[in-house]
Design a protein around this ligand. Structure first.
Ligand SMILES: Nc1ncnc2c1ncn2[C@@H]1O[C@H](COP(=O)(O)OP(=O)(O)OP(=O)(O)O)[C@@H](O)[C@H]1O
Ligand SMILES: [Mg+2]
Length: 328
């Protein structure tokens, strides 16, 4: 798995067969696409990208692999991020935590160029994401494995073919080499023996691991995990946690883990960010965060029902809302 291959992009974009998917996967929200969450570039959003020359990468080894400065992003009148600064260190496992609806998934979509910031800069490996044209964004995305909340396995393809899919889409490997690579990826997640199963025959934890094998198929420089433990029993969760750490260290990856599972994630993370209400409320090593006495951090890390995190999504006062409805 440690070896790297010089991949050639196949001129087959758009020719891939359509497959039914279990769940909706990654795609641009501006241009939803039926293709599931695989490292394809068909879903790239083009319309609002600023066309300026992209700076040449890659960045120096000691520079953060992701560098975010002054990021602002809104959804209508809802401010998701306001002047956010955040670094992801190369080779580290960085956890991003925060209450539900605070913008964690949105942050991953901004990093991968599926959404465009209203203001600020997002650099990935020295490249300003908003300045990339479609081909450049495709190349960058192929270097980022994504394991999003939904596995989005292709339901009519076997485990083997699911993992082979990005390799077939993006490389011209011989069948022999492709088979070896797929088996090595499956071995890495402990599922080489399950290669011939169909997704419907997998447990939730196994499906998550197949999705992980597929996410690492193209030997990415970085993997982004969005709630990788959701719906997992404690054993599967424990396995996934170890797997994330082991893959990160064995292959020299960089990992961003978004998760509500505070203690488990903090247990494997080198660095944590806690975000709430559009800003970073805490950052530091797990030990530093454990010592942080601020209300935000304690409410989130200790799972307290009372604290600064609001239960209600922003809304007009209830009596005003009820009066308006009554009058309608
Ligand atoms: N497609 C969309 N259109 C409009 N608003 C959206 C859209 N997607 C997300 N939002 C809003 O953006 C905010 C942040 O959503 P996001 O999914 O990033 O939160 P999150 O931190 O990942 O939450 P969770 O922990 O529940 O997954 C929420 O208020 C949500 O309602
Ligand atoms: Mg989310």
């Amino acid at each position: 798995m440690a070896h790297q291959i010089q991949y050639q992009t196949m001129a087959r974009r758009g020719s891939g067969a359509r497959h039914s998917v279990r769940e909706q996967g990654v795609g641009s929200e501006e241009h939803p696409h039926p293709t599931p969450q695989v490292p394809t570039c068909l879903a790239a959003s083009e319309t609002d990208r600023v066309r300026e020359p992209a700076p040449s990468g890659p960045a120096p080894e000691d520079a953060p692999i992701v560098r975010i400065r002054g990021l602002s992003y809104r959804r209508g009148s809802l401010v998701i991020f306001e002047d956010l600064d955040l670094d992801i260190r190369r080779g580290a496992v960085t956890a991003v935590m925060g209450p539900s609806g605070t913008g964690k998934t949105t942050l991953l979509k901004l990093i991968t160029g599926q959404l465009q910031p209203d203001a600020g800069s997002i650099e990935v490996d020295g490249l300003e994401v908003r300045r990339l044209d479609k081909a450049e964004l495709c190349r960058l995305r192929r270097r980022m494995g994504m394991l999003f909340q939904a596995n989005a396995l292709l339901t009519d393809l076997s485990v083997f073919d699911n993992v082979a899919y990005p390799l077939r889409e993006h490389t011209r490997l011989s069948p022999t080499l492709l088979r070896k690579l797929v088996l090595m990826k499956l071995e890495a997640v402990g599922l080489r023996g399950a290669r011939d199963l169909m997704p419907s025959e997998l447990s939730g934890g196994m499906a998550r691991r197949v999705a992980l094998a597929r996410a690492i198929a193209l030997d990415p420089m970085m993997i982004l995990y969005d709630e990788p433990f959701t719906g997992q029993d404690p054993i599967s969760m424990g396995m996934l946690i170890q797997l994330i750490r082991q893959l990160n260290d064995a292959v020299g990856l960089t990992s961003i883990v978004v998760s509500h599972d505070v203690r488990e994630t903090a247990g494997i993370a080198d660095y944590l960010y806690v975000i709430a209400q559009g800003r970073i409320v805490a950052r530091g090593t797990p030990a530093e965060i454990a010592e942080d006495r601020s209300d935000w951090v304690r409410q989130f890390m200790d799972g307290l029902p009372d604290g600064p995190v609001h239960f209600h999504y922003p809304a007009p006062p209830l009596d005003q809302d009820l009066r308006l409805r009554g009058a309608a």
